[in-house]
Every structure is written in structure tokens, then in C-alpha cells.
Ligand binder design. Structure first.
Ligand code: 7RM
Length: 703
């Protein structure tokens, strides 16, 4: 794989009057990153398309014959898969776009409806209603539906706490627990349509709380357990929550996170919250506010397990999930019942291609949308066994994940590139200690996965035999939108490949014109899909403006991307993360990918800082692999590496070594914070989504 000449590709997007450019340079990295050498030369101007050559690209191009690395599904895998060939995928994808009613009726028909729908879609752009006239209940579909067949005594949830405690809940047990908890909610005055905050660790009770709300038609809003009291306060106020479900504490890297204390701090002064239900998890001391707080286990003493699922309109709200917006005020993304359920049911089924006896593990926290769709609702709607782990991947040692996979014989692992890069950094010896031969499918989500990490994941974790599904989607999309189907779509490392059924994704320029192969642009979706967000809670105008105003009738994802000549999507990152260096628009993720391709680098985050001469300078924050010394000489080496790899224009003006990067729990680097640090300012904006505050303190101290 190494050894031949290779080229690099950097595509950038246009947001103003500058032209888009692709910069191609010789480099020393894996050649399989890049598929279509010729077309990488293409540049476009906005408006009428015009091909330009960037001066940096003139040389060396024709001589670079690209090795095409494509990973086809193994015949054995394809044979057993639901969708077993590219042709079948294409046929179904075409059908799903041409006859969405037919396609989605068939999918929805596999679920339980108390009243059948009359109309599949009512689309008054940008407002969609799916399965209009239908009534159903998500908890009934995730639980009751499985009680009449062989799944009754199957494990629904396999759970492991960070300290090592374990629990297994069968579908029947989970059903019973959810019914009882739903009765606890009713007993505490919580009604259909009420908003309920869930602020819990990743424990079975988090799922029970979610499903309990769904059972009675209450709208849950899960707040990630790493968020502060202030974030809880803001979210409570925004959605007017009447209750909070929490735990005394949760475990993270061996310490107890004082969840209940944070809730207490959030609820001082005037609040809409009337009830706080507290689950005893960690046994830490908590304050109980008379008249407001009740213990989960005490409440259970007063209820029975009889709780018929509420009959809910298909468009009844299921949950609100807050996601950060560019202004700092979090957006409450609203998802509803029927469309969301059909979306996550269908994507889980086809993308993970679940089999009856699979142990499926999604490592996401319940507080992230991935925890909603692919830890709880998607697998349970499919009658799968979902494994849930409460804690950190490096607790007590960096082999915790591999230990779990071996112990439970996990078949499907779904995790984030940030975790994969951390594992690479911690060293292969941790992986080698364990037998991972049960794995048959791997998934990635949350960020672009750089080809180095993809290959490591494929070889070291997947033993070279497991397909990888690189799934692109968002809180807003509710379900996976672009991803290979593992038995049908050949994978290319670093590409999320092709759109899922019903997804009409495209890349357009500023004028909304679809761009040609390998030209960077904005990723949009041109048709509504069942699991799409319905609005931003309480702010229709912001919903319209943020997602639907730039290109009429199309959903703006906010991501930049390109498609190669096979139609594969390569996500570049958020459009906001584009730098303008001396008139050149550079995507930060390409510079990061280049840095990470250096053998000594574990992780990198690139930001811009105001520069008198160039407009913006490039600052790279870098963490090195264990055992590597962070020296001055290495800084120069890295600058030159990027220079060689991409071009002088992308060379970082400054490389700073850091022990760790500031990230959200889902692994997204918080570039805004790094930008402030790089500019020499103290961090002022919202830091509520930051996972580890120590990181910030350390970075600032390095000044
Ligand atoms: C599921 C989730 C959404 C943003 C999205 C992208 C980035 C997610 C991928 C990805 C490249 C992927 N929801 N993103 N998955 N980029 N390849 N496979 O992450 O709302 O938290 O974030 O995450 O920028 O817009 S999210």
C-alpha cells in the first residue's frame, strides 16, 4: 500500500465571491484516499461553471496514477445480507425516490399501528406530516410487539456499568419496567404532551425513562450527563419542562458525577418544574426537596405493571433534543412519532443488517442523538439485543471496549472516529490482548473518518473481514442519511458512500446548481424524509431560516462535501469550519487529516486566527501518540508535512502541542474554543457542551 507516488486532494467551498479550488499535490500517504485522479483537477466558479486550474496543481498530476482502494462486500457477507448487491440497492433507491409512498408504506407496514394512516406524506414546505391519520405508540413497537413471539425472553438490553456491575433485561422484563415507570409518571401528574427532562447516566433506567415517556405521550428531552447546571436551566426554560428524571450520580472515569446536585442548582428560582424523580445509581448523598423530589424506587411501590400504550397521532411529538447553534442559543430539535420510528426502524434494519442472534453495541451516550436512534429506539424497534455501557473507554484501562466485545461476543460495533483515534493513540497492544473474532460489522459516526483511522479500524478491530459502515447523519435528520449498506455497497475509506433509501442528497454551489464530480459544495437534501426534524421547538422562524431559506424547497445540512465520479459522498465538515487564507478557502478537516497521516500524530484540530497579511492564519493543535516526544523539531516536521501533502498555503503558521483537545461527548472538537485560545483571548462563549473542563484549563495555561 505504501511506496507509490500519491496525490492529495483538498477541496474547498465557496461562500462568497471567491472561487472554489481543489489543490492537488504530491504527498506521502496512503494512495487509496483518492479515487478519481483526473477529476480532482476541476475547479469551479460560482454561477456559470468554469473550469480553472489552481497554479499549485499544474505539475505532477498526470503522472499520478491512483491506486483505487475499494472494499467490496465479501461474497459470504453479501449472500446473507438483506440487500446483497449494488444493483438491488440502486433499484430500491430509485423506487424510494420515485414512489416514496409505496416504499415507505411497505416499511411502515412492518410496524404496529393502532389506526392505519391515510396519507403517507403531506408536504407544505418546509413543514412535513408523515403517515397522516395513523395512530401508534413507539414503546408498543419497541416492546409489546416482541412479546408474542420468540423474542419474549431474548435480551433486550445487556448493560455494564463503569465499575463493572452488570444487568440483563429481557424484552418481557423491560416491558414490565417501562409500564411500571409510565405509571409512576402518571402518578406524578405527568400527562400527554408534557415536556420531561431526562438527565441520567447511560443506564437501563435512561431507556426506561425514555420509553416510559413515549408510552404515555410525554415529550422527553434528554440532556447529556456531562452538561452543567446552566445548560439544564436553559433547556428547562426553553421547553417549559414540568418534570426532571435524574439519578443521584453517574460514573465517569472512576469518579461520581453529581447529577442530582446539578439539577438542584439548575432549578433555583422560578421554574416550570414541579417534580424531580431520582434514581439511586451511585449511592452518593443527595438533597431531597420536600414536595418536589421523589425517589424512583419508592414510587414503584405504588404502581402496577398495567399501562396500555397511549394512542398517539403519527405527528405527536416524541422528543426534543438540543443541539448547539452558531449563535450559542441551543436549538430544540423536534422529532415526532410515526416518521421517526419508521426512519430509525428501517435504517437500523438495512444499515446494520441485524440478525436475530446478534449482539449489537452502539457506544454512544443516551444524551446524543445516536444514543436515541441507535442505542435505544432503532435496535429495540427491531427486536435486537442492544448492549449499553455506562463509562469511559479507558477505564480502568484502555482496553475496556475490547474486554466488553470479548466478554459479550459482540457482533456489531458502532462508534465514533474520535474514539478510534484515541485507541490508535493508546497503542495496539491493548487490542491484541483480546479476542475480537465475534465482530462481523463495524460502524462509524459523528465526524469524517480519516482514511488512516478507517484502515486501522478495518485491520486491527475488524481483522480485515468486517465491512465498515461510515454513517453520515445529524440530530436534525433523526436517522442515517448517507451510508453504505454493508452487503451491497463497496466501501471507500473516508467516504460515507451513497444515500439511504428515500434520501435525495445533492451537492450544490452558491446558486443552488448541482456541481460536477469532485467539486466541493454544500450538501443539501431535496425531498422530505420520514425522520426529518419537524421544527425547532417554539421557533418556526428559526427552523425556516436555518434549514430551508438558502435553497428553495431543499434542506440545508450545513456540511460541505463533494461527490466522486461513482456518486460517492465525501463529507468535508461543517461549512463554518472553512478558513480563508490569502484568498484560498481551506477546509480545516483536510489539514487535520493531513496532520493525522503523520505517524507521530494522534489527533489534530485546526483553526484560523486573524492575520494582518493573510486574512487568516492556520493554527494547529496537535496531540501526539504515546511515547512520542513533542519537540520543536517535530513542529517543523509537521508544518513541512502539511506543506508537502497539501501545499504551502495550508502550512500551519503555528503548531501547538496539547495533552488533549476540547470536545463534546460525541467527539466533536469545539473549534470555537480553540479559536478563542489561538487568538489569545480567554474563552467566553457557551462551554456547556464541553466534555472535560480540565482540557480547557490546560490549553489556556499553555499560553
Ligand atoms: C449523528 C451526529 C451532525 C454533524 C454532521 C457532520 C458530522 C456526523 C458524520 C459526520 C462526516 C460522518 N449528529 N458527521 N457523521 N461527518 N462523516 N459519518 O453526529 O447532530 O451530533 O452532528 O456531524 O458535520 O453535520 S450531530
Amino acid at each position: 500500500m505504501r511506496g507509490s507516488d500519491r496525490i492529495g486532494f483538498l477541496d474547498t467551498m465557496d461562500t462568497g465571491n471567491n472561487f472554489c479550488c481543489g489543490i492537488v499535490r504530491p504527498l506521502t500517504t496512503y494512495s487509496w484516499q483518492f479515487q478519481d485522479s483526473g477529476e480532482l483537477l476541476a475547479c469551479s466558479r460560482t454561477g456559470p461553471s468554469r473550469k480553472l486550474r489552481h497554479p499549485l496543481m499544474e505539475k505532477n498530476i498526470e503522472s499520478h496514477l491512483i491506486e483505487k482502494r475499494v472494499f467490496k462486500p465479501a461474497p459470504g457477507f453479501a449472500k446473507r445480507a438483506r440487500i446483497g448487491s449494488l444493483n438491488e440497492y440502486r433499484r430500491m433507491h430509485r423506487e424510494s425516490l420515485e414512489k416514496p409512498d409505496k416504499f415507505w408504506s411497505r416499511e411502515a407496514g412492518e410496524l404496529v399501528w393502532q389506526t392505519p394512516w391515510k396519507t403517507v406524506l403531506e408536504w407544505k414546505a418546509p413543514f412535513a406530516k408523515w403517515f397522516v391519520g395513523g395512530k401508534l405508540n413507539v414503546s408498543e413497537n419497541c416492546l409489546d410487539r416482541h412479546l408474542t413471539g420468540p423474542n419474549r425472553n431474548k435480551a433486550a438490553i445487556l448493560w455494564e456499568g463503569e465499575p463493572g456491575d452488570k444487568r440483563t433485561l429481557t424484552y418481557q422484563q423491560l416491558h414490565r419496567d417501562v409500564c411500571r415507570f409510565a405509571n409512576v409518571l402518571k402518578r406524578n401528574g405527568i400527562r400527554k404532551g408534557d415536556r420531561v427532562i431526562i438527565y441520567m447516566p447511560t443506564i437501563p433506567e435512561a431507556a426506561i425513562a425514555m420509553l416510559g415517556c413515549a408510552r404515555i405521550g410525554a415529550v422527553h428531552s434528554v440532556i447529556f450527563g456531562g452538561f452543567s447546571a446552566d445548560s439544564i436551566r436553559d433547556r428547562v426554560a426553553d421547553c417549559g419542562a414540568v418534570a426532571v428524571i435524574t439519578a443521584d450520580g453517574g460514573y465517569r472515569r472512576g469518579t461520581i458525577v453529581p447529577l442530582k446536585k446539578n439539577v438542584d442548582d439548575a432549578l433555583t428560582g422560578e421554574t416550570s418544574v414541579k417534580r424531580v424523580i431520582v434514581f439511586r445509581r451511585a449511592g452518593n448523598d443527595v438533597h431531597i426537596e420536600e414536595g418536589r423530589d421523589v425517589w424512583w424506587h419508592r414510587e414503584l411501590e405504588y404502581v402496577d405493571a398495567n399501562c396500555p400504550p397511549a394512542q398517539l397521532e403519527s405527528e405527536h411529538p416524541l422528543f426534543i433534543l438540543y443541539t448547539s447553534g452558531s449563535t450559542g442559543k441551543p436549538k430544540g430539535i423536534l422529532h415526532t412519532t410515526g416518521g421517526y420510528l419508521v426512519g430509525i426502524y428501517s435504517t437500523t434494519k438495512y444499515v446494520f443488517d441485524l440478525r436475530d442472534d446478534d449482539v449489537y453495541w452502539c457506544t454512544a451516550d443516551v444524551g446524543w442523538v445516536t444514543g436515541h436512534s441507535y442505542l435505544v429506539y432503532g435496535p429495540l424497534a427491531n427486536g435486537a439485543t442492544t448492549l449499553m455501557y455506562e463509562g469511559a473507554p479507558n477505564w480502568p484501562e484502555p482496553d475496556r471496549f475490547w474486554r466488553i466485545i470479548e466478554e459479550y461476543s459482540v457482533n456489531i460495533l458502532y462508534t465514533a472516529p474520535t474514539a478510534i483515534r484515541a485507541f490508535i493513540r493508546w497503542g495496539d497492544e491493548w487490542v491484541k490482548k483480546h479476542n475480537l473474532s465475534s465482530l462481523r460489522l463495524l460502524g462509524s459516526v459523528g465526524e469524517p473518518i480519516n482514511p488512516e483511522a478507517w484502515m486501522w479500524y478495518h485491520e486491527k478491530i475488524g481483522g480485515g473481514r468486517c465491512p465498515i459502515v461510515d454513517t453520515w447523519w445529524q440530530t436534525e435528520t433523526g436517522a442515517i442519511m448517507i451510508s453504505p449498506l454493508p452487503g451491497a455497497v463497496p466501501a471507500k475509506p473516508g467516504s460515507a458512500t451513497l444515500p439511504f433509501f428515500g434520501v435525495d442528497a445533492a451537492i450544490v454551489d452558491e446558486a443552488g446548481q448541482e456541481v460536477g464530480p469532485n467539486i466541493g459544495g454544500k450538501l443539501i437534501v431535496r425531498q422530505p424524509w420520514p425522520s426529518m426534524l419537524r421544527t425547532i421547538y417554539g421557533d418556526k422562524e428559526r427552523y425556516k431560516k436555518t434549514y430551508w431559506s438558502e435553497f428553495k424547497g431543499s434542506y440545508l445540512t450545513g456540511d460541505g462535501a463533494r461527490r466522486d465520479k461513482d456518486g460517492y459522498f465525501w463529507i468535508v465538515g461543517r461549512i463554518d469550519d472553512v478558513l480563508n487564507v490569502a484568498g484560498h478557502r481551506l477546509g480545516t478537516s483536510e489539514i487535520e487529516s493531513s496532520l493525522v497521516s503523520h505517524p507521530k500524530v494522534a489527533e489534530a484540530a485546526v483553526v484560523g486566527r486573524p492575520d494582518e497579511l493573510k486574512g487568516q492564519g492556520v493554527i494547529a493543535f496537535v496531540t501526539v501518540k504515546s511515547g512520542v516526544e513533542a519537540t520543536r523539531a517535530l513542529k517543523d516536521e509537521l508544518r513541512n508535512h502539511v506543506g508537502k501533502h497539501i501545499g504551502a498555503i495550508a502550512k500551519p503558521d503555528e503548531v501547538r502541542f496539547a495533552e488533549a483537545l476540547p470536545k463534546t461527548r460525541s467527539g466533536k472538537i469545539m473549534r470555537r474554543l480553540l479559536k478563542e485560545i489561538a487568538s489569545g483571548n480567554t474563552v467566553t462563549g457557551d462551554t456547556s457542551t464541553l466534555e472535560d473542563f480540565n482540557v480547557l484549563a490546560k490549553l489556556s495555561a499553555d499560553e
